[in-house]
Design a protein around this ligand. Structure first.
Ligand code: HH2
Length: 268
């Protein structure tokens, strides 16, 4: 899953894609590099405290880009990274097939019913709090093993999604690296990804360029964290992840293709 942020303030690549044409060009590059899904997002959750974006502004950022990607690449699978029903609705009308909700359908009371009715794929990511503080440490309190709490809270989100009528085979789950998690929590959740896999859904992991990678590698600039990010993706693959949300598609794709081939050869 290649990341396409049409935000002026994303933590690693904000403000780079200033026009619809530039965004579509970038989507073409991600697909050529081996992305299977393009994840388009119009609201940042960056750790410094993201600025709240209204639904109308987010729609204006995301929808023209989605429409243009679909025109240029009619067969591409596009997901929309949003917590808002109004944005998801517009995106699905433009051809998005997946709603990637970093709140796990918590923040907009209309989101779950919309996703059920539209019969889209849904990524339920673990987080706590609101968009502006979910990527901070404000809610990074775990009494015991964070893995158990994250798995339990994800299970609650799955139950809520199913209760709203979302089919179980349209759900994927994501432990939310860096969301309501200090680096030690993110590491623990990645190390014990098998616990999340056991929930019974495809697992999405987004460690790309994140703070935990920066801390482990000593690389301050997010855009330069490619090697560490690839390491995280390979480790996640080994622990059962199926979808990798990444900025650096070519590097990750090549590493994962090799790592997956080694896994398959071992299983034969
Ligand atoms: N992380 C971010 C945004 N969306 N979605 C899923 N499913 N999993 C993630 O880990 C995830 C996500 C944050 O990263 P990014 O989009 O690079 O930054 P920003 O929030 O600043 O736009």
């Amino acid at each position: 899953m290649g990341i396409l942020n049409v935000t002026p303030d994303s933590f690693s690549d904000g403000g780079r894609l200033g026009s619809t044409e530039a965004a579509v060009e970038y989507a073409s590059t991600l697909l050529a590099e081996g992305a299977d899904i393009i994840d388009v997002g119009g609201e940042s959750t960056r750790p410094q405290g993201a600025r709240k974006v209204g639904a109308e502004e987010e729609r204006e950022r995301v929808l023209p880009v989605l429409a243009a990607i679909r025109r240029r690449h009619p067969d591409a699978i596009v997901s929309v990274d949003t917590t808002k029903r109004a944005v998801a609705e517009g995106a699905v009308a433009e051809g998005a097939e997946i709603v990637n909700d970093v709140s796990g359908l918590r923040l907009d009371p209309e989101m779950a019913a919309f996703c059920a009715g539209a019969a889209v794929g849904v990524v339920l990511m673990h987080s706590r709090g609101e968009v502006h503080d979910m990527a901070t440490y404000a809610h990074a309190c775990y009494a015991g093993d964070p893995v158990e709490e994250v798995a339990r809270e994800l299970e609650e989100r799955v139950t809520a999604a199913a209760a709203a009528g979302i089919a179980r085979d349209r759900i994927a789950v994501d432990p939310g690296v860096g969301f309501a998690k200090r680096s030690e929590h993110s590491l623990r959740v990645l190390a014990r990804l098998d616990r999340v896999v056991r929930l019974g859904f495809p697992v999405v992991v987004g460690a790309s360029r994140k703070r935990v990678v920066g801390e482990l590698t000593g690389v301050a600039r997010p855009a330069e964290r490619v090697f560490g990010s690839v390491g995280a993706a390979v480790a996640a693959l080994d622990r059962g992840a199926l979808i990798f949300r990444v900025h650096d598609v070519a590097a990750t794709r090549q590493a994962l293709d090799v790592a997956a081939a080694i896994r398959r050869a071992g299983a034969a």
